[in-house]
Design a protein around this ligand. Sequence first.
Ligand SMILES: [Zn+2]
Length: 436
Amino acid sequence: MSEGEGAMTSTWLIRKATLPGTGRTDLLLRDGAIAQIGPQLSADGAQVLEADGLVALPGLVDLHTHLREPGREDAETIETGTRAAALGGFTAVHAMANTDPVADTAGVVEQVWRLGRTGGHCDVQPVGAVTTGLGGTRLAELGAMADSVARVRVFSDDGRCVADPLLMRRALEYVKAFDGVIAQHAQEPRLTEGAQLNEGEMSASLGLAGWPAVAEEAIIARDCLLAAHVGSALHICHVSTAGSAEIIRWAKSKGWPVTAEVTPHHLLLTDELASGYDPVFKVNPPLRTSADVVELRRALADGTIDCVATDHAPHPVEAKETEWSEAAFGMTGLETALRVVQEAMVDTGLLDWAGIADRMSIRPARIGRLAGHGIPLGAGVPANLTLYDPASPPAAVVPAGASKSRNTPFAGLELPGRVVATFLRGTPTVLDGKLA
Ligand SMILES: [Zn+2]
């Protein structure tokens, strides 16, 4: 949505919302910003939204979304993916680079950025590839993408690991000049050749090739050392093991410039779900053990892991409804993220709603160098916000949503909570749980 849409921007009075850490208050949204916050506000002609019992969060920010456009519009488009994002409470998403063509030039990132501006239900910030064609051998045009209208600051070969340590070093050195960040998909390729499922009792009993934790942890350890050596920002995508969290905790204790994310599915699900060979549970990195889940939750709670990122990975039916070993890796996640995180982190007492605002909006916006998002709600800030009902009775997740794809691992699972409304610069993208 562009700034030129002033005519569509109306004035909204949100009454009696709960602001984490502050309590119940009214919010007046006008001209794309929060004009006032305080008790018993009034405004002539404002549309009123009764928010008694609803938590007001700064609009959620996803550091890791696969929107599939250009190239795989059968799985998702920028329009359908951002619809799913808005319904999940997101006001901005980072679009991963593994599209077709790969987002490895200024031209492609500008195309994605423009599609987001014209057809997006939330802001779309393109992520640039680290290497040309995700080939892992030659640095992509990082500077040209940074200088483009998309102003790319996050670079990732996500889906693939930047396995070559020299190339990783060069990438870290290159982005330092413009405060960029390299987001690593930590997967040692040789240790995961043919891997299908977390290496452990479950993979052994199912006869599926194991995906050892060390394949993730070895790359994270190496890259933390490289980030410290270069003095440049490293972000670790989708941390999935207890050992990874421990390495990141150690790196942070040294003051090294390392940040990390965890997905909702790794906070809730385990590899035992694979027992029926249903590929809906096939994902990269794989679901791990309950001991890993406990440690990932603890690491997110204590700030070792900075944020939640969905790794929303839509796939068409034929790519998932096949034999396990043939099926694509990945799960959708935008529409369910906040509800899963409530179940895993809030209802367990590990984080309060101020903590959720920090881990799902403030910190991801900071890591993604995203202006106008992730700002604590207050007078004068852009009116990007989410109204959420945590007391909504648990309801079963239905696979059919706004995403073009149906590969949610949460289908049928009863989850608490409901996103009631999402506002992007003062304009509702979602009202009463439906697209506005
Ligand atoms: Zn990845």
